[in-house]
Design a protein around this ligand. Structure first.
Ligand code: ZN
Ligand code: ZN
Length: 324
């Protein structure tokens, strides 16, 4: 089975995204790139170099529904004369309105984000939507954990690896222990667990970081020798990266706990602003996501307490006494 990486430019801070062509019947693309002219051109060129055309694509598989990964799915599907589109059922980004506005707003309010910031974040999100087309429920098939995507000479196993988003999936080629992991595994950066409603109960928050750690361990149990990520070069030393990620998570958690004053407490927004004082626009949403993810994990491990004050959650540091 030939897996051919195609680097596709994005207008986002993260840089180019990796699209993977499985050059075998049925010809399959894993991820697509954002909906921009530059991305379509780069993708066509990548396919041409591998002696394929868009019209050869029979199946489009999405690791997750962020714009840089799913943006061109509809364009390609239409040009390829109704190639099948597959995405995990917990991934809502391909639907009409990625995070339902009210659910999203409630999560940001609980995190203590001021109203005017929520309005700005919403506008930014509306801007992002221009880089992807949405799909109606009947226009895609669901990726099921542990199912096999069959090809002429083998298969790829679907491995649900939630964390970065609830419906993030990886794909395992068992014969040579190769994994295509989307944004679950990135060589140079630690992926953000993005603030999301729980797909099963949208009034709750998805436990992104706890889920992410389980996913990392699950990939480790597959003993991969080669991991293709959503951005950057492939990872050939997953064990080393796994340990580095866990260390980074523990260090960040200690830092977050230190930022929570014992008596007065803090909201996730307070913590986010201390963690990333210079964060502007999109990065403020990512900063809140990061703070919430670590506060949730610390709370679930009994290291912080949380109480509701009005619409906001206030975290308190139980382990320390007020000084002075
Ligand atoms: Zn992503
Ligand atoms: Zn990405």
């Amino acid at each position: 089975m030939r897996i051919i990486p195609i680097s596709v430019p994005t207008p986002f801070y993260v840089g180019p995204v990796n699209v993977y062509l499985i050059a075998e019947d049925p010809v399959t693309l894993i991820d697509t790139g954002p909906k921009t002219k530059e991305a379509v051109e780069a993708l066509r060129e990548g396919l041409r170099r591998a002696h394929f055309r868009v019209s050869d694509i029979r199946r489009i598989v999405l690791t997750h529904a962020h714009e840089d990964h799913c943006g061109l799915a509809r364009t390609l599907r239409d040009e390829a004369k109704d190639a099948e589109v597959l995405v995990h059922g917990w991934e809502t980004g391909h639907r009409a309105s990625r995070l339902e506005y009210e659910e999203h707003r409630a999560l940001l309010e609980r995190a203590g984000v001021p109203d005017e910031e929520i309005v700005e974040m919403r506008q930014m999100y509306e801007g992002l939507r221009a880089f992807a087309d949405s799909f109606a429920e009947h226009e895609y098939a669901e990726l099921i954990d542990d199912a096999e995507l069959e090809f002429a000479t083998g298969s790829l196993r679907v491995v649900h690896t939630p964390g970065h988003t609830p419906g993030s999936c990886s794909f395992l080629r068992e014969a040579n222990r190769t994994v295509i992991a989307g944004d679950c595994v990135l060589k140079r950066i630690t992926p953000n667990p993005i603030l999301s409603p729980d797909p099963v109960d949208p009034t709750r928050r998805f436990s992104s970081l706890a889920e992410y750690m389980v996913s990392l361990a699950r990939l480790r149990s597959l003993a991969p020798t080669l991991v293709y990520g959503g951005h950057g070069e492939p990872v050939t030393d997953y064990e080393e990266l796994f340990n580095r990620y866990l260390r980074a998570i523990r260090e960040r958690q200690a830092e977050v706990i230190r930022l929570v004053p014992p008596a007065s407490g803090a909201t996730a927004w307070d913590v986010a602003r201390e963690l990333f004082p210079g964060a502007s626009d999109m990065h403020r949403f990512l900063a809140v996501s990061e703070a919430v993810a670590h506060l949730d994990l610390a709370q679930s491990e009994g290291k912080l307490a949380v109480e509701i004050s009005g619409t906001r959650e206030i975290y308190r540091n139980q382990g320390r006494r007020d000084e002075g």
